[in-house]
Design a protein around this ligand. Structure first.
Ligand code: AMP
Length: 214
């Protein structure tokens, strides 16, 4: 049976890491709108050009652009068996548009999972993170250094990168956007009987086990 999930939670709460694990475990794709936008910025597409300044300011890209991106993505063959939405929807209009899109594609959401992490933990989590530029493996200055300094544990790559928006000022704006625009989706999905809550302020493997149980 298809599995269609939304992972919700604040920036830096571990959605991306956990979505990648679920993708491997269940063979359904992680649909990260943040990754899609970063790829568009890198490729210099019209959407990328429009989105860059908004992302650098820690604000939200327009609902129309985001809904268009997801509409196209859901039509790709790898979404037939399900998907894990990571970073979408982020506003009530996006959630309402998603409901319509899914209905028109004869798809039904199974669960919405909120990965909860207190604000006080998020700034350190976000500002310390970096990834292998070759394979995308995630690391952290304090919590997860590569075993050998400068060498990726997974692929042996030697270049690492940090997101342009992972700095203290932008993080504050991203958190404010989360609380003002995205947190209202929690009662929205609770009202539909779809919401599950997982404590994300624990060891990564324990969080994964809880997600798998759901
Ligand atoms: P993320 O990788 O999910 O933290 O997203 C990085 C940035 O991309 C966000 O701070 C927003 O500027 C933008 N973004 C990603 N997904 C969305 C979305 N669903 N709606 C609006 N903006 C988004």
């Amino acid at each position: 049976m298809a599995k269609r999930l939304i992972l919700m939670g604040p920036p830096g709460g571990g959605k991306g890491t956990q979505a990648k694990r679920l993708q491997e475990r269940y063979g359904i794709p992680q649909l990260s709108t943040g990754d899609m936008l970063r790829a568009a910025v890198k490729a210099g597409t019209p959407i990328g050009k429009q989105a860059k300044a908004v992302m650098d300011a820690g604000q939200l890209v327009s609902d129309d652009i985001m809904i268009g991106l997801i509409d196209e993505r859901l039509d790709q063959a790898d979404c037939k068996a399900g998907f894990i939405l990571d970073g979408f929807p982020r506003t009530i209009p996006q959630a309402e548009a998603l409901d319509k899109l899914l209905a028109s594609k004869n798809m039904k959401l199974d669960s919405v999972i909120e990965v909860q992490v207190p604000d006080a933990k998020l700034v350190e989590r976000i500002t310390g993170r970096f990834t292998c530029s070759t394979c995308g493996e995630g690391y952290h200055d304090t919590f997860k250094q590569p075993k050998k300094a400068g060498l990726c544990d997974v692929c042996g790559g030697t270049t690492f990168s940090r997101r342009a928006d992972d700095n203290a000022e932008t993080v504050a704006a991203r958190l404010a956007a989360y609380h003002a625009q995205t947190a209202p989706l929690l009662p929205y999905y609770e009202g539909k009987g779809l919401l599950h809550v997982v404590d994300g302020d624990r060891d990564m493997d324990v969080v994964t086990a809880d997600l798998e149980a759901i």
